[in-house]
Every structure is written in C-alpha cells, then in structure tokens.
Design a protein around this ligand. Structure first.
Ligand code: BTN
Length: 275
C-alpha cells in the first residue's frame, strides 16, 4: 500500500532533519484548508498543525479574492501560535514569503517577492501567502498561514483574464514536480524563517525579503489599501514590514497592507520593469 500524504511528508521532513511536532491532516477535497485549520485551532489544535488538500472548492486569496484550486497544486495551511514579541507579528507573512521563495529555489526557480508576499516568476504569479490572525480574550491566539503554490497548473487552462499573469512550477521548468516534496520544502523553510525571526529579530527577514523582492525601489507604485488608493515612489520597508511610499507632496507614508502594482508612467523612463 502507498504511504499516506502525511506519512510521506513526515518522511521528507525527517530527511531534512525535522521531526514535525504536530498533526498533519490531508483531505482529497476541502472548501479551504485555512477554514478547516481555523476550526481545528478553535478546538485547541497545537501550533504547527498542518492541513493539506488535493483541491479546494472555495480557496481564498488576499484582498477577498478567490484562489483557483484544481488538483495537482499545493494547498496547505499551517497553524502558528506565536510567542513572538507582538511587534514582530506583522513580519510573519513576509517571513513566509521568503520561505516559499526559497522552496521555489529548490525547484530551480528564481522567484521574486512582490510586497507583501506574492511570488512571481517572470512577472507572473506562481504562489501566494494568506496570513490570518485570530484573537480571543487573552489577545492573539493563532495565525493561520495559508500557502498556495501552482505546481502542475497549465496556464492555458485558465480563464483569459488571468492566463497571462499566472504561471506554475511545471510551466516554468517544463518538468513535473511532486506536490508533497514542494510542501515539505515550504514547511521546512517556514520553520527556519519563523525561528530566525523569533531569535534574531526582524533585520534578517527584512534583509532577505529585500534581496528577493521585485526591483521596485525608486519607482512609482500604486497600492490599493482598503478602499484607498495610494500612489508614490517605493522607498523600502520599515521595521514592521510596511511599504514606505513617498507621495507626490513629499510626505512619506507607511502602508501596512494592500495590493501593490508598479505604475509604468509614460515618458518618465521608469517603465519597462524586469520583474
Ligand atoms: C494570495 O492571494 O496570493 C494568497 C493565496 C493563498 C491561497 C492559499 S491555498 C491554501 C490556503 N487556503 C486558502 O483558502 N487559501 C490559502
């Protein structure tokens, strides 16, 4: 009999020197791995509990978007019960982005991070991270980190409006990739970066994030944050991971969450990005 997905995952993690400290649950089909994990969290699941699914019927992305979730890709959520200093928490999603970026490196891909944690290859989205915090009477109780990686997805099967802006590991490498091996790489790297943040503080995560980010700095970007649109020159990140934008009036603002895109301004020489 073939080993189960959780057993295979545990073996791959052991091979990396990591004994996974919590339950790993796998399903053929779920609405959303993050929704399932939130239920488990409410029922008292320990930190580092993982939920994986072969496909999702109601996969969720950032900013209220849906996440297309057909079979052959990675859909996983991992529960963090952070004992981190509160002011490090906003860096957890960025650390997760760095971890996924490294995992894609193992698959032979040089992905770039688009603030806050979109993973792009040749400017096309290959993976994303959704971090959701839940609090109770005692303050922050859990962070559910959801990671979606396009592994076997064929962009030609996608609706026209996202075909050109989406890619996958197999579309980029022209090789099949093993979803369980990709999940193991993500989880192993995630534990490393989470502990780096805990032990060493924000600087290492921020430095690594910046090294792997799209080369936006000094260029004009637009951020949709809630119902506001902010526009300015991207200067960098502050110590919380907020995006620093210098507005046209010279004022620098820090944006903690949102959806960013580079504006390709005509005639300014700032267009033609090489994401
Ligand atoms: C994004 O918009 O970039 C984030 C996408 C996150 C998708 C993953 S797939 C596993 C987990 N379950 C969900 O419903 N969403 C996340």
């Amino acid at each position: 009999m073939n080993p189960s997905v959780p057993d295979r995952l545990r073996v791959l993690l052991e091979g990396r020197g990591l004994t996974w400290p919590a339950p790993i649950e796998h399903s053929e089909t779920l609405g959303s791995t993050s929704d399932r994990l939130k239920d488990l969290a409410r029922a008292g699941a320990p930190g580092w509990t993982v939920v994986l699914a072969e496909q999702q019927t109601a996969g969720r992305g950032r900013q209220g978007r849906s996440w297309l979730s057909p079979r052959g890709n990675v859909f996983l959520s991992v529960l963090l019960r952070p004992a981190l200093p509160a002011h490090y928490l906003t860096l957890v999603p960025l650390a997760a982005g760095v971890a996924v970026c490294e995992a894609l490196g193992e698959a032979g891909l040089e992905a770039r991070l688009k603030w806050p944690n979109d993973l792009l290859v040749r400017g096309r989205k290959l993976a994303g991270v959704l971090a959701e915090a839940s609090s109770g009477s005692g303050g922050l109780e859990a962070v559910v980190l959801g990671v979606g990686v396009n592994v076997g997805l064929d962009p030609r099967d996608l609706p026209l409006e996202i075909r050109e802006s989406t890619t996958s590991i197999s579309a980029e490498t022209r090789r099949e990739a093993d979803t369980v091996a990709v999940a193991a790489a993500v989880l192993a790297r995630l534990t490393l970066w989470y502990h780096a943040l805990d032990r060493e503080g924000p600087d290492r995560v921020l430095g690594e994030w910046r090294t792997r980010s799209v080369p936006w700095w000094g260029r004009t970007v637009e951020v949709l944050s809630g119902d506001r649109i902010l526009r300015g020159v991207a200067l960098g990140l502050d110590e919380r991971g907020a995006l620093l934008l210098e507005r046209e009036d010279g004022v620098t603002v820090a944006v903690l969450s949102g959806e960013a895109r580079e504006l390709r301004l005509k005639g300014t020489g700032s267009g033609g990005t090489d994401l």
